[in-house]
Ligand binder design. Structure first.
Ligand code: GAL
Length: 394
């Protein structure tokens, strides 16, 4: 599938696609968390409200071990919408639904912590969550205290049932209460990419959703990645663009599309929050989400998202369509992603065209096939929507 081609001609320099430089933020959120993108699992894509239970959280923790996910760095077990009672208690505090959390939320947090894992919960910046459970508007302090007292490690904050207007102040209010809660809590902004969140997300949260949901089909994967390419420069250690939860092993993507989904999210430095029923994951999907070389690229300490670049002779990228050519710097090399966005194709790039490389001979490894080589270019023969990811070193 993957081969190296030697070019002896004079190589032209790279033509940048959508790479830009972010305006530095005056002040970034510094809660010590999210220096690399979050890795974990979330209940929503796996089973919506039905999965927001202690039993599913504890089962996921066991499966993180037995499937080998924990050993690879997956550590967040995130409970999405529907975990609480429909009403606050008489003092205004959120209550974990006893039918779903028979021993309370803290018992689950303790049990996950004992296994070296972390617990995430979901809330909303309006009066109600998207599924109609209590939102935090007007209760931010109480809710931050509750999360800290339970030992919650991650808070996803949604944008339903709000008064409208700019969402930034609502997200800042919760940031401030979380910071004064006495516990470092990863803060995941979920305003669906509204209000150009990437321009201020870094001073408010550890990650911010850049689009509406990754509903389960290739077209969402492709359009989210296309958006991600245009705002890659806003991702830095401590705060990353969140391309939304994974749809691998959820029945709608073929193996090549799953490789592209994982590959794009990984090189784009998105959080990777698995979204399948872990007890039913297929072995081919498991191999994709456990790809060690790809996870190392996602977790590279440099934390610089890859974006598109335009090789000499290639059509220009457009902001709304998935582009085949991607690259980004790593602390010990450069990653190149090639994705057959519109048709089966043999895609070739000369290293001289790749930002961060240049004229010269480089060694490469393709993460899915494990093939290695060296030369002045890489090439991949790909079925429609499939992807190859090359780690390139001097
Ligand atoms: C959406 C959010 C999803 C999920 C859902 C729960 O607004 O984007 O990721 O959390 O709410 O109701």
């Amino acid at each position: 599938m993957v081969s190296s081609t030697l070019f002896t001609c004079i190589l032209t320099s790279a033509v940048l696609g959508q790479v830009g430089s972010a305006k530095p933020l005056a002040k970034r959120l510094d809660n010590g968390l999210g220096k690399t993108p979050a890795l974990g699992w979330n209940t929503w894509n796996a089973g919506q409200c039905n999965f927001a239970t202690a039993a599913k959280a504890l089962q996921a923790a066991d499966l993180f071990d037995s499937l080998g996910l924990k050993a690879l760095g997956y550590n967040y077990i995130n409970i999405d919408d529907c975990w609480s009672n429909k009403a606050r208690n008489s003092s205004g505090y959120l209550v974990a639904d006893p039918a779903r959390w028979p021993n309370g939320m803290k018992a689950v947090a303790d049990s996950l912590h004992a296994k070296g894992l972390k617990l995430g919960l979901y809330g909303d910046s309006g009066t109600q969550t998207c599924a109609g459970y209590p939102g935090s508007q007007g209760y931010e302090d109480k809710d931050a205290k509750t999360l800290a007292s339970w030992g919650v490690d991650y808070w996803k904050y949604d944008n339903c049932a709000t008064p409208g207007g700019n969402s930034q102040p609502r997200y800042e209010k919760m940031r401030d209460t979380l910071l004064s809660s006495g516990r470092p809590i990863f803060y995941s902004l979920c305003n669906w990419g509204r209000d150009n969140v990437w321009t201020w997300g870094g001073k408010v949260g550890n990650s911010w959703r850049i689009t509406d949901d990754n509903f389960n089909s290739w077209s969402y994967v492709a359009s989210i990645a296309a958006r991600g390419a245009t705002i890659a420069q806003y991702g830095v250690p401590g705060g990353f663009n969140d391309w939304d939860m994974m749809q691998i092993s959820n029945g709608k993507l073929n193996a090549g599309e799953e490789r592209a989904h994982m590959g794009l999210w990984a090189i784009g430095k998105s959080p990777i929050l698995l979204g399948m029923d872990l007890s039913k994951i297929s072995s081919s999907s498991l191999a994709i989400v456990k790809n060690k070389a790809l996870l190392a690229i996602n977790q590279d300490p440099l934390g610089k998202p890859a974006t598109t670049f335009r090789p000499s002779g290639a059509a220009a990228p457009s902001a709304s369509a998935l582009y085949p050519y991607w690259a980004g710097p790593l602390s010990d090399g450069v990653v190149i992603g090639l994705v057959a966005a519109d048709s089966a194709a043999t895609l070739t790039v000369k290293f001289a065209d790749v930002p961060g490389l240049g004229a010269g001979t480089f060694s490469w490894t393709e993460v899915y096939s494990g093939k290695t080589g060296s030369g002045t270019s890489v090439s991949a023969q790909l079925a429609l929507h499939d992807m190859a990811v090359f780690k390139v070193v001097k």
